[in-house]
Design a protein around this ligand. Structure first.
Ligand code: ADP
Ligand code: MG
Length: 609
């Protein structure tokens, strides 16, 4: 067959394959256009999961009559004045409308501000009609009917109306979080109407709570940090407010919703010590960055981005969240306390006011999996008579200098001036009861000590290079040349963690030694995992995570068990140590190590307030 130029319509349909994957991507493109046009009200109507109808009406600046034909022509855009560097609008490729017009029946009706009247232009399967006069008082209305009727192959890949309709909801929610000043209304015969009223910037959390859930607002902390001109803001959930998927992580770069692997991995890193490995934090993060320092032109759907300095962005996210977690941690979990309150029953007689109402179950409607109850029985409980200090775990001859050794305090405080108070009793050989000036504190002795041992081990481990173990036969791992280069650039850091590797010709590395801490490892798999991570995030934090994980396991085995009776001095020593290590407010698995019940609440339980 001879080579020939493809027709305009075919070219648009090919582009459409990437820009409009499903009805939700059409909604995303059109809503982005409305936002770029400065709209403050956007109404979205759908039918048949968006397959039969998507209609978007906005009160934006509109399109002048003379530009209507251009709006639906490929590679025509009113945006991107300064070229690909420094894109400040959501759109810039000039592809959405022609792509949609090539695979659906598109009608575009608009009235530019100050124009005499409105006009309409139609595009059916790539063929244009109009413009001709049409009634409309202001803004733009775009209707997309019979999506993909021109490409039945694509139609077959779509999910049920219900699933497509849900995907549209998700797109609108994600965008609505980033634009609190815009009113969104989502309705249609295939859904219940949802309205997100406009709120002032200062009340952005209200918009977020309306979308992510009220319990998020109660269980999140605000973020606001700037590093080298990159501004991180938004809200991040407390560690014990975790979910089974990363779906509740809303990430934005300059107002654009993104699903970026590096950002997701940074979040994992930020919570790595505070949450079980298979759980995910809930958060809404906004990054504001000089548009010249971020490339949004990675994929036609514009959900991927590339940062000029990924390490800076990662460091900002991990550093800010960790610092905030450390600051908050000694505050303890009020969730636990209110649950506790709800469980107390007054002893007989008519029930007085039961105190504050228990919190509503977090995130009703989400795939909430109850936190696993902590079973003391499950920890292998050797009787631990060796005192408070952790039995020395042997790992490659390294002696942790900062072992969590609890030196018994000979004079327990009479007055409870410490944050965690004075220990008064031990119950069930597992929990310490302490008293502060205005509260009762219950401490899970095993969980708390495990965390202290873990923190101490980590400190010891990262204070000096880790021991390695020589492989009998060096392992040659085939990689791409780019991966080899990235690995070799990090070789020194990796060596600190006990992984010794060197270039082996082109496209391969030779591994001579692996971290002794990890025991028998598949060197090839380890190196590939690190290479992947370097490619994705520009940092090899994964090896550190793995080493930390081993430390966590050792800590679990090396800490004081539940089931051991403690002396008063030992208990107080544990409390003082916890106060010095803020991370100790949660155990290595993200559960609280202590719960505080205010005296005022206790009084309320007895009907005294
Ligand atoms: P892009 O958004 O990348 O520029 P589109 O194909 O999505 O490309 O839109 C083409 C042009 O049509 C936009 O640049 C803009 O000028 C105009 N346009 C599209 N939708 C609207 C709207 N809702 N209000 C005003 N102008 C719009
Ligand atoms: Mg656009």
């Amino acid at each position: 067959m001879p080579i020939r130029q493809l027709s305009e319509t075919l070219i648009d349909q090919i582009a459409a394959g990437e820009v409009v994957e499903r009805p939700a991507s059409v909604v995303k493109e059109l809503v982005e256009n409305s936002l770029d046009a400065g709209a403050t009200r956007i109404e979205i109507t759908t039918a048949g999961g968006g397959k039969s109808l998507i209609r978007i009406a906005d009160d934006g600046c509109g399109i002048p009559l003379s530009e209507l034909p251009l709006a639906v022509r490929r590679h025509c855009t009113s945006k991107m004045e300064a070229g690909l560097q420094g894109i400040e609008t959501l759109g810039f490729r000039g592809e959405a409308l022609p792509s949609i017009g090539s695979v659906a029946r598109l009608s575009l009706r608009s009235r530019a501000r100050g124009a005499e009247g409105a006009h309409e232009i139609l595009v059916h399967g790539g063929r244009q009609e109009g413009p001709r006069p049409a009634p409309l008082s202001a803004g733009t209305v775009i209707e997309v009917r019979d999506l993909f009727h021109a490409v039945p192959a694509r139609l077959k890949f779509l999910k049920s109306d219900r699933a497509e309709s849900a995907a549209i909801t998700e797109v609108v929610r994600r965008i609505a979080i980033a634009f609190p000043g815009v009113r969104f209304e989502l309705s249609g015969e295939d859904r219940a109407t949802q309205i997100f009223e406009a709120v002032e910037e200062a009340h952005a959390l209200r918009r977020i709570a309306g979308i992510v859930g009220d319990s998020f607002a109660d269980n999140a902390f605000a973020l606001d940090a700037v590093r080298e001109g990159v501004h991180l803001s938004g809200h991040a959930g407390l560690p014990n407010f975790h979910r089974g998927t990363a779906q509740h992580q809303y990430l934005y770069v300059n107002g654009r919703p993104v699903r970026d692997r590096m950002l997701l991995s940074a979040l994992r890193g930020a919570y790595a010590d505070a949450m079980p490995r298979d759980r995910h934090a809930v958060c809404v993060l906004f990054l504001a960055i000089d548009p010249r320092d971020v490339d949004v032109n990675v994929h036609p759907a514009k959900a991927d981005v590339r940062f000029r300095d990924p390490g800076l962005v990662r460091g900002l996210i991990v550093g800010t969240i960790r610092a905030e977690l450390a600051r908050l941690e000694l505050r303890g979990s009020t969730e636990g306390a209110s649950g506790l309150m709800a469980r107390f029953r007054p002893g007989g007689g008519t029930a007085p006011e039961p105190g504050p109402a228990p919190r509503p179950a977090p995130f009703a409607g989400f795939d909430e999996r109850p936190h696993e109850p902590y079973e003391i029985e499950r920890s292998p409980s050797r009787p631990l008579d060796a005192g408070w200090s952790a039995p020395r775990p042997s790992f490659g001859g390294l002696q942790p200098s900062a072992r969590a050794e609890l030196v018994a305090d000979p004079a327990p405080p009479e007055r409870a001036e410490f944050p965690l108070g004075a220990a008064r009793a031990q119950i069930g050989k597992a929990f310490i009861v302490a008293e502060t000036g205005d509260s009762l504190v219950l401490i899970d002795q095993h969980a708390a000590h495990e965390r202290l041992v873990y923190e101490a081990l980590k400190e010891a481990i990262h204070a000096r290079p880790l021991p390695s173990q020589m492989l009998l036969i060096p392992d040659v791992v085939d990689l791409t040349e780019a991966e080899v280069e990235r690995l070799c650039a990090e070789a020194e850091t990796l060596q600190r963690f006990g992984l010794h590797l060197e270039r082996f010709g082109s496209g391969a590395v030779m591994v001579r030694e692996t971290p002794a801490l990890l025991g028998e490892v598949d060197a090839g798999a380890l190196v590939r995992e690190i290479a992947d991570e370097l490619t994705e995030t520009g940092s090899g934090a994964g090896l550190k995570d793995r080493v930390d994980h081993v430390a966590a396991t050792m800590a679990c085995h090396g800490s004081v068990r539940a089931g051991r009776r403690l002396q008063g001095a030992e208990m107080n020593a544990l409390l003082r140590q916890m106060e010095r290590v803020p991370a100790s407010a949660t155990c290595n698995h993200g559960r609280p190590t202590f719960i505080e019940l205010k005296l005022a609440d206790i009084e309320r339980l007895f009907g005294r307030r």
